[in-house]
Design a binder for this molecule. Structure first.
Ligand code: ADP
Ligand code: MG
Length: 701
């Protein structure tokens, strides 16, 4: 059913076809509803109207209401020329002074009319006055008339140039509310509004644009945030429960020989967190429902072992597994890492990447379809259509954020029945964001590092310290350690970045001469053989230094590496820096991360560098990142993206409301899993409306 809120925005008084086009282009405002949901991003408190007798020069911005009693243009031509308008109320008079736009002001204000004036008092010619105040007619239609909180709308340069600034938005909203207030009907069921003590939608809309006071504004914000987060959570949780109802999962109750033999060969004790997560996954394996689980764990927390152990359980139950990594290097590392443990157990593994030779590839594919391979390691190549399993029961996707939604979806088509899916990420995602981005997944967290890890000392340095750093590097190498040196690689400036890396590499080779030092170099423009060769030099300890771009070595595990030098660190994001730093500190030696930056840093880069130097806690950094940049720009989320745009809720600030909304959504679903009940009619409609906006969630894991 369409209402006046669906009207084309061009029909709103004051808009018209030209402005409609602008609004659509700049802010995606296409209909009345879009405008209504374009909320102020902050408010100016203009609730108080001062008497002129109260005014002092020390005050900050104040508001007055009075009559203009006189208008004069004084001073010679040039900068001293000004318009002086005298404002008077029942308590006194004050001069309003305009140096600019004199003609415009002169036309706008009239003697003997009443105005609302907003500005900062100052002293000029020994008398109190206000220079360039905002001035508006004090008519009853003016929202400022009675003294108000004034919403500030985030207009754009393009709109402002066409005269659509804050005041115009207020006018639009006022006109819109007048036209449509009766069409704004409650979107939440009565029981919910009552139970949560929410402000009704109509009052909320009125007050979010034109708050009558601070208290009601807070209630309006609360209501709108809750609603937004509630529908999002309801939709995610409903997807989840639907999937759980409809998709049967393989049963894997047995823990048998494969698992036990291999488990006994693990050269270390699992951490408590690792054990807990294996248990959580085992519980999913016996539920008869398909698992969709996100495993978060800081770099070096030992996620691979968890994945492997679960793959062994799958094998014990006659199912195949695959473990996919974002890069060849990582896939290789996973593959090579398992041999010590699976040796002699009868478990058969294979590695399939873009580099696998045709003949070997054919053999692997055949073994796979015949069920002769238990665990397949590899890269994206795994999800190519040709790869067919006999009975894929468990799929692991490592470093999840590098896989697009589509790729994950394609994995499903591998088998008739969906495998259990474990998505692993070392990019810590703040809880609120995880609940929203991956709200339809179960989440496990490894919040503990293996014992004996020394903390990593993080140091900020500039060019001036370079020679000292090189001496330090030489000491470390002498002590038998290895060194990472990373150069940024940003898509937009790829060419320049490669040049920097090349120059960097040459100067390193100059400084660290062969044969005393061996330096390997790895980057995306090399031939695969060269890359593999140099990588191997470093992994096997033959090279002392590895020069690389940031893209190449995510996840590489070289416990003997003790120093990570990050060049142009100011160009990296917070969590990326944290990820890179995690490549060291894996052995038992003290480790160092050196952030090289230019001398001049922006406020944000300075903050990032300081944060990294002060903490090693990935979740703390992720929270800080979320606060600094907002969820849209968070690393690791660009690809998956927030499925809906949040109009008012803020994932960094509104975590309490989010938790509350999720809990309530859960409660509603427990009672009515398919949202079919009559009392939930509005919720059903709300979900349908949301669906239009949301990309298909069912395709996301
Ligand atoms: P990530 O979670 O970053 O993928 P990895 O799985 O690569 O971490 O593990 C990092 C290193 O820690 C590996 O060398 C691995 O063998 C080792 N490791 C994993 N679990 C433990 C443990 N419980 N105790 C000691 N070392 C462990
Ligand atoms: Mg890993």
């Amino acid at each position: 059913m369409s209402t006046i809120l669906d009207s084309d925005i061009k029909f709103l008084p004051g808009v018209g076809p030209k402005r409609a086009e602008l609004l659509s282009r700049e802010l995606n405002i296409k209909c009345f509803r879009d405008m209504l949901y374009f909320f102020p991003f902050r408010y100016i408190d203009r609730t108080k109207i001062y008497s002129i007798s109260e005014v002092e020069s020390s005050m900050s911005f104040i508001q007055l209401r009075g009559k203009i009693t006189r208008i004069n243009i004084v001073g010679d031509k040039g900068p001293a020329r000004r318009l002086v308008a005298t404002l008077s109320d029942s308590t006194g008079v004050i001069d309003l002074i305009f140096f600019k736009g004199i003609k415009w002001i002169k036309d706008k204000i009239k003697v003997n009319h009443e105005y609302i004036v907003f500005g900062k008092p100052s002293i000029f010619n020994q008398t109190l006055n206000i220079v360039h105040p905002e001035i508006d007619p004090a008519t009853e239609e003016n929202p400022l008339y009675g003294g108000n909180m004034i919403g500030v709308y985030a207009s754009t340069e393009g709109l402002k140039n066409s005269g659509i600034g804050n005041k115009q938005f207020a006018k639009f909203q006022a006109a819109l509310l007048k036209l449509s207030i009766d069409s704004i009907t409650e979107t939440l069921p009565d029981f919910l509004v009552k139970e949560k003590k929410l402000l009704p939608l109509r009052d909320s809309m009125q007050n979010i644009h034109f708050p009558i006071n601070l208290k009601v504004l807070a209630l309006a914000q609360m209501r709108l945030k809750f609603e937004e987060l509630f529908f999002l959570q309801l939709s995610l949780l409903k997807q989840k429960s639907l999937r759980e109802r409809n998709t049967e999962g393989f049963l894997m109750p047995r823990v048998g020989n494969y698992f036990n033999t291999c488990f006994n060969k693990i050269p270390f004790e699992l951490t408590g967190a690792q054990k807990r997560v294996v248990k959580e996954i085992r519980a999913d394996f016996v539920k008869g429902r398909q698992m969709n689980r996100l495993l978060q764990g800081d770099v070096g927390s030992g996620k691979t072992m968890v994945a492997l152990l679960c793959a062994l359980i799958a094998a014990d139950n006659g199912y195949q597994s695959c473990i996919m990594a974002p890069t060849e290097v990582l896939a290789n590392q996973h593959f090579n890492g398992v041999f010590k443990i699976i040796e002699g157990s009868g478990i058969k593994v294979a590695l399939l990447t873009g580099n696998t030779k045709a003949k070997e590839r054919r053999a692997i594919l055949e073994d796979l379809i015949n069920g002769n391979i238990h665990i397949l390691f590899g890269t994206h190549a795994l999800i190519e259509d040709r790869v067919q399993f006999a009975n894929l029961g468990f799929a692991v996707i490592d470093e999840q954020h590098r896989f697009g939604v589509e790729q994950r979806a394609r994995l499903w088509s591998k088998s008739e029945e969906l495998p259990h899916v474990l998505v692993m990420t070392a990019t810590p995602i703040p809880r609120t964001l995880a609940m929203t981005l991956y709200g339809d997944l179960d989440v496990s967290v490894i919040d503990e590092l293996p014992p004996g890890r020394k903390s990593i000392q993080t140091i900020h340095a500039t060019e001036a310290q370079r020679s000292r750093i090189y001496s330090f590097v030489k000491e470390q190498i002498k002590a038998g350690r290895q060194i990472f040196m990373v150069y940024p690689l940003i898509k937009e400036s790829e060419k320049m970045d490669y040049r920097n890396l090349q120059e960097g590499y040459e100067s390193i080779v100059q400084e660290f001469k062969q044969p005393e030092y061996i330096t390997a170099v790895v980057h995306g423009q090399q031939k695969n053989e060269d890359k593999a060769h140099d990588m191997n030099l470093f992994v096997t300890g033959k090279a002392n230094i590895l020069v690389s771009t940031s893209v190449i070595e995510v996840g590489v595990d070289v416990p003997n590496a003790s120093v990570m030098i990050i060049e142009s660190a100011e160009r990296f994001g917070l969590s990326q820096l944290h990820q890179l730093r995690g490549r060291v500190g894996r052995g038992s030696e003290s480790s160092y991360c050196i952030l090289m930056t230019g001398y001049k840093l922006t406020k944000d880069s300075r903050k990032r560098v300081d944060l990294l130097c002060s903490t090693q806690d990935g979740f703390e950094l992720a929270e800080a990142d979320l606060r600094m940049r907002g969820p849209g720009d968070m690393e690791g989320t660009q690809q998956s993206g927030l499925a809906v745009e949040l109009h008012i809720a803020n994932l960094a600030r509104d975590s309490q409301i989010l938790e509350d909304a999720r809990q309530y959504a859960q409660k509603v679903l427990e009672d009515d899993p398919l949202i079919e009940g009559e009392k939930n009619r509005l919720l059903r409609e709300g979900l349908n409306a949301l669906k239009k906006e949301v990309k298909d969630y069912s395709q996301i894991s």
